[in-house]
Write a protein of this length. Structure first.
Length: 115
């Protein structure tokens, strides 16, 4: 009988100690997805678009990244992300870190600044 009460007490203590931790974490880290349009220059062909999207999607906190227009001197990308996990600056860095399809050793892409 004593072991039953000890086991019940341990289960209650364990649940109280660790159950509240997970609740607190979920309340402190709400997921609020944000969608932005980023204008990228330096694109020379349509082969650059999937390279940029793939590079951005590798970052933690990115939900999706797609070209919102055809390849042009300046091309828009729509990026859906969780701002709790990644910042706008980190997204810009990921885009500008993507290699060109014609010259894989070069990083020709530049993000146009927000106005």
């Amino acid at each position: 009988m004593k072991s039953y009460f000890k086991m019940t007490a341990l289960i209650c203590l364990f649940s109280a100690a660790f159950g509240n931790v997970s609740i607190a974490q979920s309340q402190n880290n709400p997921r609020k997805d944000t969608i932005i349009t980023v204008k990228v220059s330096g694109i020379t062909c349509s082969g650059d678009l999937p390279i940029i999207a793939k590079r951005v999607k590798q970052e933690k906190g990115i939900i999706n990244c797609n070209a919102a227009s055809k390849a042009a001197a300046t091309t828009a990308f729509q990026v859906k992300y969780n701002p709790v996990e990644i910042t706008y600056g980190q997204i810009v860095t990921a885009i500008q870190d993507a290699p060109s399809c014609d010259y894989p050793d070069e990083r020709p892409f530049k993000v146009r600044k927000k106005k």
